[in-house]
Each structure stands twice: as structure tokens, then as C-alpha cells.
Design a protein around this ligand. Structure first.
Ligand SMILES: NC(=O)c1ccc[n+]([C@@H]2O[C@H](COP(=O)([O-])OP(=O)(O)OC[C@H]3O[C@@H](n4cnc5c(N)ncnc54)[C@H](O)[C@@H]3O)[C@@H](O)[C@H]2O)c1
Length: 280
């Protein structure tokens, strides 16, 4: 009989930025594997499809309106989640912001906000979740270092932007913030392995989300340009990341995978498209 590598029955995932966009897609993927969901986002209300996952899959789903750049708000939310869910097994950090500004004109406001959300916010949530996971490990195993990566998993959402620059966008500040997040992966994987915790990042290519629609309104040529840059002549749909996130979350599938970045980009970073060379 084939093993079901992709079950998260009875586990709890803390997902940031899942009121909409890729975070919501990740929540939907985990729900399909029967994972309970605790969502942190700054929006007043999440998409109704987030809360609909409760009845659809018979899982627990709670929304915690939180500004992840605030340590006190993050601490309060994680304490509530520990009390209401009993444990934290998975943390996905998908909350993020992007502003298109040339490097020469990048403002202090852009630098501060982009790093506050993309780097510091992800750091604070991952730190709180890791402490919760490590405390659970210690309460069961004491100071004995883990030989199996089964306590929990932490995933940062980075970006294709750290692999290739696109002529369609001027996002040096955003790219640096994603490189900073990726920079956490290897040292955290090393420090947290003794507690049985895996740490990885997922780098999506160009995906059609609300963030992308917002950019497209300001720069109508953006999606056209991104479409030229993938091997299949189109940008990705969020559902095309579901398999990758499930792989990273499920110990039975990716138990030996830690300290890595998984790039899912429709081949955009593998070549220089002739259409780009030809375009003016
Ligand atoms: N869309 C793409 O093509 C693409 C490509 C590569 C990487 N990414 C990354 O994937 C992640 C999700 O992107 P998306 O396209 O779904 O964006 P999105 O704008 O649709 O969703 C981002 C979510 O983050 C939340 N958020 C923003 N600031 C917050 C804060 N201070 N506290 C809590 N929540 C906050 C927003 O409310 C929103 O729900 C981001 O980290 C983004 O950088 C996106």
C-alpha cells in the first residue's frame, strides 16, 4: 500500500499573511491535509474563503489580527494560539510588502517598512514559534539532542528576486529584505536541529496574487514582461505552489530537507528569454 506522505492530521500551523494571496493558498493546501490553522494578518477581516475551510475540512481555523512588526502583538498572538490550539507544529511566514522604487530614489520610509514587515516581522513570528516548539521538545526529551526532525518546521517565503533581477521592476529594497530572510535559514536550521525542528525557505517566481494585481494597476506592462520571462509564457497561479508547501511542511515527505531554499519559478531563472533581449 502506498504511504500517504502528505498528511498533517492534528497538527497546528501558524501562517502569516494568510488573509489573502499566497498565504491563503498555503492555508488552503494545509487544510486539505487536515491541519489546524492559526492565521496572523494585519487586515481587519480575512477572505471569507479562509474561514470557510473550517466546515469544508472539519478543522480549527482562527484569525488573529496582528501587526507582525510589533514584538508585543506577536508575543500576545502566539501565547493565545498556544492556549487555544495546545501546540504549534508548523510556521509559514508569508506576510510581505513590496514597493517599486529605483535604487537611486529609494526613500527611508520604503527601507523601514519593507524590512520591518519582510524581515523583522518574519523573524519575530519565527522566533516565537521556535521557542514554543523547543519548549515542547524539552518538556518531552529534556536536554537530549533530537535524532529525528519531528518537532516542527519553519518556512520563510523568499522570492525569485534574490536569484535574478527583472527589468520590469525596481525593487532593490524588497530584494535585499528577501535575501535577509533567506540568510536566516542556514543558521536557524543548525541552531534548531537539536530540538527536532527543520527550517527552509520557499522562493516563488512571478505569481498572480493581489500583490501582483496592485503592481499591475500601476505598471500595466508588468505582467506582459513577467510572462516573457518564464519558460511557459505565462506567470504562475498560486495553486501551483500547493505541492511545494505541502512537501516542506510534511515530515514524512521532507524530513531530511532542512537549511535550504526551494525555488519554484516556471523556469524563469534558468535562462535569458530572447524576447527580453529583443524588447526595448
Ligand atoms: N506574488 C508574487 O509574485 C510573489 C513572488 C515572490 C514572493 N512573493 C512573496 O509571497 C508573500 C505573499 O505575497 P502575495 O503576493 O500573496 O502578497 P499579498 O499582498 O496578496 O499578501 C500579503 C499579506 O501580508 C499581509 N501583511 C502585510 N503587512 C503585514 C503586517 N505588518 N502584519 C501582518 N500581515 C501583514 C497583508 O495584509 C496581506 O494579507 C510575500 O512575502 C511576497 O513577498 C510573492
Amino acid at each position: 500500500m502506498a504511504t500517504n506522505f502528505f498528511t498533517l492530521n492534528g497538527k497546528t500551523a501558524v501562517i502569516t499573511g494568510a488573509a489573502r494571496g499566497l498565504g491563503l493558498t498555503f492555508a488552503t493546501a494545509l487544510a486539505s491535509a487536515n491541519c489546524n490553522l492559526a492565521v496572523l494578518d494585519i487586515l481587519h477581516e480575512p477572505s471569507p474563503s479562509l474561514l470557510a475551510l473550517r466546515d469544508h475540512h472539519g478543522i480549527k481555523v482562527e484569525y488573529y489580527r496582528t501587526d507582525i512588526t510589533s514584538r508585543s502583538e506577536v508575543t500576545a498572538a502566539i501565547e493565545k494560539i498556544e492556549a487555544e490550539f495546545g501546540r504549534i507544529d508548523i510556521n509559514i511566514n508569508a506576510a510581505g510588502v513590496v514597493s517599486d522604487e529605483s535604487f537611486l530614489k529609494t526613500t527611508d520610509e520604503n527601507i523601514e517598512r519593507t524590512f520591518a514587515v519582510n524581515f523583522t516581522g518574519s523573524f519575530l513570528v519565527a522566533q516565537a514559534c521556535a521557542n514554543s516548539m523547543a519548549a515542547r521538545y524539552k518538556s518531552i526529551h529534556g536536554s537530549e539532542p533530537a535524532s529525528q526532525p519531528t518537532t516542527g518546521t519553519i518556512i520563510f517565503i523568499a522570492s525569485i528576486a534574490t536569484y535574478i533581477a527583472s527589468s520590469a521592476q525596481q525593487i532593490s529594497c524588497y530584494t535585499a529584505s528577501k535575501a535577509a530572510v533567506k540568510g536566516l535559514v542556514k543558521p536557524m536550521a543548525m541552531e534548531l536541529a537539536p530540538y527536532g525542528i527543520r527550517v527552509n525557505s520557499l522562493s516563488p517566481g512571478y505569481m498572480m496574487t493581489d500583490m501582483m494585481r496592485g503592481l499591475q494597476k500601476k505598471q500595466p506592462q508588468l505582467v506582459d514582461q513577467f510572462e516573457k520571462e518564464t519558460l511557459f509564457g505565462r506567470i504562475g497561479m498560486p495553486a501551483e505552489l500547493k505541492g511545494a508547501i505541502l512537501y516542506l511542511c510534511c515530515d514524512s515527505a521532507s524530513g531530511w530537507y532542512t537549511g535550504q531554499d526551494l525555488l519554484v519559478d516556471g523556469g524563469a531563472s534558468t535562462w535569458k528569454h530572447p524576447a527580453i533581449l529583443a524588447s526595448d
